[in-house]
Design a protein around this ligand. Structure first.
Ligand code: G3H
Ligand code: 13P
Ligand code: ZN
Length: 339
């Protein structure tokens, strides 16, 4: 099946009450791990690349790897999404590189500070106009997360991030004014491994805010960023073989499942896969120091990432739905948006 836009996938997830993992990639092995997990669990998938990933892998490699993924896995509905586009130009270049969905993250301005509402609406709307005329889906963000992604982001601390949580009333206006297909909300999560210093309570991880936003915007697909669970076993795996991850806590899978019950349809996960890959490589190096063929450590790394991806696909509820989704091209979405 050719790469498909994100909107019909999220619509299907909303109709059937499930969430979809959006998994970050930078190289071939990560794409293979996701596709293997999708086959194993019969899941539709969203594969996403940040600006940093695009620069690391180079657009042409990425585009052709994703093309290979869609040809090798014709029964898996597959979306290629720009994660955290920071400007109209970044989103435009993604669209020109066959991405079928883009995120315009206007929550952070061009000086890496939390953006004004007006800045965010203006830049997001520009991207929506271009993207929808080409059938491409758009995710926007209102409120700002903690952590930094690829130098893009305000690098808000856990405390500062609590001051930039999504305002439900603003979220409602933002969707009406931009016509985004999906809305990322800030509910206390942050990017990276160091999200919470203890298992999060409802005070710091505000799933109740999602419930309120969903009440106001029942037809908008919500997105949770910073949704790695940072499982203890992956921290232990890295540390057992010489790593130095300080004790930390992520977003418990059961809290994500609560979010999914309240309109969360896209769940962004990157860090858990990074930990899985690093843990597997460290283990191989420690246990077989004589090995030096990259395949000897990339294979277990890929397998460890596949395990994480498959577990999330099952937990988020997308497993089993691959064959239930109607193939949909960008052209059919052009007609949809024109109505
Ligand atoms: O948004 C954060 C993702 O984990 C991507 O991270 O910008 O380092 O590729 P990156
Ligand atoms: P994590 O760092 O929690 O995996 O979040 C990834 C993300 O939000 C990508 O946009
Ligand atoms: Zn993110």
């Amino acid at each position: 099946m050719p790469l498909m836009p994100m909107r019909p996938l999220l619509d299907h997830a909303a109709e059937n009450d499930y969430g979809i993992a959006a998994l970050n990639v930078n190289n071939m092995e990560q794409i293979q791990a996701i596709m293997a997990a999708a086959e194993e669990t019969e899941s539709p998938v969203i594969v996403q690349a940040s600006k940093g990933a695009r620069s690391y892998a180079e657009d042409l490699y990425l585009r052709n790897l994703m093309q290979a993924a869609s040809e090798l896995h014709p029964n898996i509905p597959l979306v290629m999404h720009q994660d955290h586009g920071d400007s109209v130009a970044t989103c435009q270049s993604a669209m020109d590189m066959a991405f079928t969905s883009v995120m315009m993250d206007g929550s952070i301005d061009d000086k890496s500070q939390p953006a004004s509402y007006e800045y965010n609406v203006n830049i997001t709307k520009q991207v929506v106009d271009i993207a929808h005329s080409r059938g491409i889906s758009v995710e926007g963000e209102i409120g700002a997360l903690g952590g930094v992604e690829d130098g893009h982001g305000a690098g808000l601390s856990e405390e500062e991030a609590q001051e930039h949580l999504t305002d439900p009333e603003e979220a409602e206006r933002f969707v009406a004014e931009t016509n985004v297909d999906a809305l990322a909300v800030a509910i206390g999560t942050s990017h990276g491994a160091y999200k919470f210093t203890k298992k999060p309570t409802g005070e710091v991880l505000r799933i109740s805010l999602i419930e309120e936003i969903h009440r106001r915007l029942p037809n908008t697909h919500l997105v949770m960023h910073g949704s790695s669970s940072v499982p203890q076993e992956l921290q232990d795996l890295v540390n057992e073989f010489g790593g130095n991850i300080k004790q930390t806590y992520g977003v418990p899978v059961e809290e994500i499942q609560r979010g999914i019950k309240s309109g969360v349809r896209k769940v962004n996960v990157d860090t858990d896969n990074r930990l899985a890959i690093t843990g597997a490589i460290r283990r191989l190096f420690a246990q077989s120091p004589e090995k030096f063929d990259p395949r000897d450590y990339m294979k277990p790394a890929r397998a460890e990432m596949q395990k994480v991806c498959a577990a999330r696909m099952v937990a988020f509820g997308q497993a089993g739905y691959a064959s239930k989704i109607q193939p949909c091209t960008l052209k059919c979405m052009v007609d949809f948006y024109a109505k």
